[in-house]
Design a binder for this molecule. Structure first.
Ligand SMILES: [Cu+2]
Length: 240
């Protein structure tokens, strides 16, 4: 059952045969717990030696201003199973919530992408890019609390800021086949890998991080050092 956790999720709006099949609420709950555990674990494993070593290695925080493009490869998608990639700074650092919105579009009677990541407080812009009336109904999966339900006329848009972390289910009542998911996650660097497993995380300050890859019920984790304008964190070939 756990293998289905992130099954049937479209990646970056790329069409997949089963992209309109939303994750089940149980699947989302399990994945939310996995992600919470991953974040907690990566935050708790820091030792005093780690902290002093980092301080010694990064005088005057000069390295924080050197941003790197981080690329890598998670296990590729198969059967619609995709990887979610998280990069946790060690030690934890504050990073301002981006002012630019994440965008979820409605076009061709489908949401795009069907899995969107955003941070708490970051604007999420819902668009209707076709000459059809849609609505957007969103609720928090774990609590089942409704977030909002708005009507979106042709070429309309609506901006919402999610404050609570977790998975949200997105649907359109007018077109019951339309469904998507939003993951609100308070981690500075998170991405959905593409079908080949490739991911990019831009503007990552130099330093030590825990790289966490979640795919279905599997969790891959390792320490990485980010430095220079581009860092390739390599290929992860462990499937389970
Ligand atoms: Cu619709």
């Amino acid at each position: 059952m756990i293998q289905r956790i992130v099954a049937n999720v479209g990646v970056n709006g790329v069409d997949q045969p089963s992209r309109r099949h939303r994750l089940s609420r149980n699947d989302l709950r399990i994945l939310a717990v996995l992600i919470a555990l991953a974040l907690t674990a990566s935050g708790c494993r820091q030792t005093p030696q780690d902290a002093s070593a980092l301080r010694d290695r990064s005088p005057a925080r000069a390295t924080d201003t050197a941003a790197s493009l981080v690329v890598g490869r998670a296990p590729p998608s198969s059967g619609g199973l995709v990887s979610i990639v998280l990069l946790e700074p060690r030690p934890a650092r504050e990073r301002p919530v981006p002012a630019e919105p994440q965008v979820m579009d409605q076009f061709g009677l489908a949401f795009s992408p069907t899995l969107l990541l955003a941070r708490p407080g970051q604007p999420v812009e819902f668009r209707n890019s076709e000459d059809t009336l849609h609505n957007v109904r969103v609720y928090h999966v774990e609590s089942r609390d409704p977030a909002f339900n708005v009507s979106l006329g042709p070429f309309g848009k609506y901006v919402y800021r999610f404050e609570r972390s977790g998975f949200y289910a997105v649907s359109c009542d007018i077109h019951p086949s339309m469904a998507a998911d939003i993951l609100i996650i308070d981690t500075p660097y998170a991405a959905v890998a593409d079908n080949d497993g490739r991911f990019t995380l831009p503007d990552v300050p130099s330093g030590s991080y825990t790289l966490v890859i979640l795919r279905g019920g599997a969790r891959i984790e390792r320490m990485v050092e980010i430095a220079g304008p581009r860092t390739d964190v390599g290929l992860h070939d462990r499937q389970e």
